[in-house]
Design a protein around this ligand. Sequence first.
Ligand SMILES: Nc1nc2c(c(=O)[nH]1)N[C@@H](CN(C=O)c1ccc(C(=O)N[C@@H](CCC(=O)O)C(=O)O)cc1)CN2
Ligand SMILES: NCC(=O)N[C@@H]1O[C@H](COP(=O)([O-])[O-])[C@@H](O)[C@H]1O
Length: 240
Amino acid sequence: MPRWSTSPTSRNRRASRLRDAPYRRSKPRRRALSAPPATSHRASAARVVVLASGAGSLLRSLVDAAAEPDFSAEVVGVVVDRECPAETVLGATRICPRDYADRAEWDRAITTAVADFEPDYVVSAGFMRILGPTFLARFGGRVLNTHPALLPSFPGAHAVRDALAAGVRVSGTTVHLVDEGVDTGPILAQEAVPVFVGDDESSLHERIKIVERRLLIEVVAAVAARGVIIDGRKAQIPSD
Ligand SMILES: Nc1nc2c(c(=O)[nH]1)N[C@@H](CN(C=O)c1ccc(C(=O)N[C@@H](CCC(=O)O)C(=O)O)cc1)CN2
Ligand SMILES: NCC(=O)N[C@@H]1O[C@H](COP(=O)([O-])[O-])[C@@H](O)[C@H]1O
């Protein structure tokens, strides 16, 4: 499987190469997306933009992990869709509020806002808005999302509430690539989290977030360092 590795070049050439890389197919049904080295403050670190909408605890964990000199990714920007605590985690932050004329216009606006940071990857960490076709055409194959349930169970905006309502004894967290569906993209990693008697949405969600913060950092580090091989509905991070 050919792997596209790109040597650090000018940002413009890199941005256009990144736009093309995810869509070149080496053979039917398989796409390989290498971890393009980024021309950033740390020559080898992949550039990551994080999307958030809420408390931003996962964002904070990722920013703290990426501050370590040997971490394979660097958080270069944050984009939020509303005023929220996540807005204050990193200096380089843009707000893309939902008050555009329609969803297509909002989709174009957030695509531009993210593209301005020239990311290699985008991480949705508590981002509560469905990304549209313009965004996915630009960053498809390079957008990760963390979801507080074991997909395909309990997709959507209220996963923890829905899992409790279903009476499950085990829930968990999923890190997946984002596609045009809602939480339907290829799964990269999952981890189970027990549901305790007496749990409410807050207690269970906090227990899930403890696992999420670690798993998201592990997956972002691995993808940034080794890329992702996408094979139809499945995705695999090559081993070391
Ligand atoms: N194209 C995609 N975009 C996003 C995905 C995805 O899988 N595909 N995941 C979400 C994150 N997410 C679950 O992990 C999620 C967030 C929000 C919703 C949703 O229904 N949003 C509503 C608004 C809900 C609200 O404001 O409370 C909406 O967009 O109309 C579903 C799943 C990130 N983006
Ligand atoms: N469907 C999307 C969704 O529910 N995402 C969830 O929002 C939380 C954000 O926490 P944070 O704001 O503390 O980082 C996380 O648990 C994340 O999985």
